[in-house]
Write a protein that binds this ligand. Sequence first.
Ligand code: APR
Length: 256
Amino acid sequence: PPAIADAVVDLCAAARSITVLTGAGMSAESAVPTFRDASTGLWTGIDPMEIATPRAWRRDPDRVWAWYCWRAALVRRARPNAGHDAIARWQGGADVTVATQNVDDLHERAGTTVAAHVHGSLFAPRCSECGAAAPGAELAVPDAPVERLAPPRCGVCGGAVRPGVVWFGEPLPEAEWDAAAAAATTADLVLVVGTSGVVHPFAALPEAARDAGATVVEVNPEDTPITAVAHHAVRATSGSALPRLVPELPRPVPEE
Ligand code: APR
């Protein structure tokens, strides 16, 4: 496995408050596809403007609904990986806040309390008209994957139920964004894990963290625009790096 600088291991052990900002790379080792990885990324096969925008939803809700149900079913078949488990262990013994772009629930299934899902969740469908929650609607799908599936109707107003994710061009949920921004600008150590750093406003958080005095560490097998902002870059996958970065917890009390 790639070497990890002792300086970064020491930073993680000494940090008093930690924020972990995660992207799709966090779930790659759980066989949940990322968006922009060459050949395997979701946006390799589909134009995001055709599926992840309000216009796409208005033009062909059945196609959009089917695609997000397929992703929800894929996530349900997946398992948290060693990176998710390491963050959950860390949060169990230190002041660790997680803010994620991911719409999967793998952090939660590893035992992490997630402070912010800035792009929503696959598992929070809601009425596209009145906003009423439609819990479980994303799971009412046929066994075989389908290209099109009529979205269920809202039990309150009869409107079409939509995926609970944030589409391109939509505002981020205010409370989620505020929690993510607060987490990024109050911690003394900010890890940025598995994100290509190209989708704003989340991609601006590492720089905001640095400007607020945090030490920023990027965990990603590849360089990204965040690399230039980070104080340290760990060129490894999250599943291999995080178990080695998370200190033994609870920390042994220094002998008197
Ligand atoms: N461990 C860590 N990082 C990884 C791994 C891994 N095992 N595998 C891939 N990566 C890195 C890639 O190098 C890339 O930098 O994860 C990043 C994934 O980038 P994207 O696919 O662009 O995912 P993300 O940054 O989360 O996308 C942001 O774009 O489409 C929207 O709303 C969607 O939340 C998403 C947003």
